[in-house]
Ligand binder design. Structure first.
Ligand SMILES: Cc1cc2nc3c(=O)[nH]c(=O)nc-3n(C[C@H](O)[C@H](O)[C@H](O)COP(=O)(O)O)c2cc1C
Length: 260
């Protein structure tokens, strides 16, 4: 039973849905009736006033060991008002490098008090049927762990009156963000121009031309692969040597980590 936290905000950016699953499972574990979701994958966060007795759960995927810049763009101008928060990153079984530290530092700058953190594993955006990387994750076990994490967060809030500064793994200066190569997933001959991939793209990089061909702008594409995962015909392909590299080097199962 929790008497301190009256409301919970889940704020997540999740092109392929794994961060969303983790955010919701943590929300379930928190067991607070007043729960709002702010999915910032496609639109900006709309909550900017945070109540003292609220808890915000920030969940972001890891891109190149960092938080995708779209996460902070969509977050907009917010002021945490010293409200408590939890920071969580979801990564594709390689590593989260400096992403968790970056997320913690950025929410601190915006006036939140991080009291716990966690890392979870989601199917890698570049995973393929013949070279799976964390395929199907978060799975049943991960979801159970996320609910358990939510419960432990409430336990900490109820039992620790003045939590000290939260330690999380990571280095500063953060891992450098490499300039993006001019590549993007492409539609193959199996494409029936159904157009499902168009609204699935968080950065509006996909459009249909006058001849019903699906075109992808390589500059605005973030390689999130939401279009690849949503295509009902398997007609969207992102061919990258990175898939084989990940499959060969990062297939061994990693597990969630909690920081309190
Ligand atoms: C451009 C890009 C870079 C990525 N970099 C990493 C990484 O550095 N480490 C890792 O383990 N996974 C990495 N991933 C995999 C994602 O973190 C993982 O698939 C995550 O579950 C995606 O979250 P979402 O389903 O909420 O979109 C990357 C994915 C993309 C698209």
């Amino acid at each position: 039973m929790n008497n301190i936290i009256k409301s919970v905000n889940l704020i997540y950016y999740s092109p392929t849905g794994t961060s969303r699953k983790i955010a919701r499972a943590i929300g379930d574990g928190l067991k607070v009736n007043d729960l709002t979701e702010s999915d910032i994958t496609f639109k900006n966060n709309e909550i900017n006033v945070f109540q003292e007795n609220s808890l915000t759960v920030f969940v972001a995927p890891v891109y190149g060991g960092r938080i995708p810049p779209q996460f902070f763009e969509r977050l907009g101008e917010i002021n945490g008002n010293s409200a408590m928060c939890v920071v969580v990153v979801v990564y594709g079984n390689r590593h989260y490098d400096d992403a968790l530290l970056e997320l913690k530092n950025e929410v601190l700058k915006r006036g939140f008090r991080p009291i716990a953190a966690a890392t979870f594993i989601g199917e890698h955006s570049f995973s393929r049927k013949n070279m799976p990387v964390a395929a199907g994750r978060p799975d049943h076990y991960d979801i159970g762990m996320a609910e358990h994490f939510g419960k432990e967060v409430i336990d900490k809030i109820n039992t620790v009156a003045n939590p000290g500064e939260l330690y999380v793994q990571g280095n500063f200066p953060y891992k450098e963000i490499k300039p993006k190569q001019p590549v993007a997933p492409q539609s193959t001959d199996a494409c029936c121009s159904c157009g499902l991939c168009i609204p699935a793209c968080p950065t509006h990089a996909i459009y249909m031309d006058d001849e019903n061909n699906i075109i992808t702008d390589t500059d605005t594409c973030t390689l999130c692969c939401a279009c690849v995962k949503i295509c009902p015909n398997g007609a969207r392909i992102f061919d990258t040597p990175f898939t084989k590299f990940l499959y060969e080097n990062f297939s061994e199962r990693k597990n969630p980590e909690f920081y309190f």
